[in-house]
Design a protein around this ligand. Structure first.
Ligand SMILES: Nc1ncnc2c1ncn2[C@@H]1O[C@H](COP(=O)(O)OP(=O)(O)O)[C@@H](O)[C@H]1O
Ligand SMILES: [Mg+2]
Length: 163
């Protein structure tokens, strides 16, 4: 898959949250971030940092009983739309049917487990894949791969994420 990729290792939940805060600085309205990784990988933890970095209202939690949650900005930035595509069987159509009362192009949209479901939303997207270190379920080590796809990310330096 062509795109700008950066890989790094995260060794604690706090670091994952910090990664989210850094990521927030790169994001603007209309951006789509897809988070992939098994249950407990740290997708929601990263999104929590992202919400902090964006300065949005409300605690970011697993959207277990809702498909998506909207966190309005506390300032004049874009709202964060946090969706769990695991529950979003039908993909984008369903997303548009959610009647979120917000405009996706004016929001930062983060989708957990979005592979194969939300790609049609935009050619420009950021893929974040989180893997636990193999064979150790208690370890806090995570391998993170961030790939920017499309024109939007072609000239963005993702290296600042691991600084
Ligand atoms: N390096 C790490 N990054 C993120 N979470 C971690 C890390 N190490 C341990 N954890 C723990 O793993 C769990 C991740 O949960 P969560 O972020 O909800 O995952 P997901 O949304 O991918 O299912 C949390 O309990 C968190 O404290
Ligand atoms: Mg989650």
């Amino acid at each position: 898959m062509p795109g700008v990729t950066t890989e790094f290792t995260v060794t604690s939940p706090e670091q994952m949250q910090e990664l989210g805060r850094r990521l927030a600085k790169l994001l603007r309205a209309g951006d789509l971030v897809m988070l992939n990784g098994e249950l407990g990988a740290g997708k929601t933890t990263l999104t929590r940092g992202l919400g902090e970095g964006l300065g949005v209202r409300g605690a970011v939690t697993s959207p277990t009983f809702v498909i998506a949650r909207v966190h309005p900005s506390l300032g004049d930035g874009p709202p964060l739309v946090h969706a769990d595509a695991y529950r979003l069987g039908g993909g984008l159509d369903e997303m548009e049917d959610l009647d979120l009362d917000i405009s996706l192009p004016e929001s930062v949209v983060v989708v957990e487990w979005g592979e194969g479901k939300v790609e049609e939303l935009t050619d420009d997207r950021l893929h974040v894949v989180i893997h636990r270190a193999v064979g150790d379920t208690t370890d806090e080590v995570r391998h993170v791969t961030v790939t920017g796809l499309g024109q939007r990310w072609a000239t963005v330096d993702l290296g600042v994420l691991s600084a």
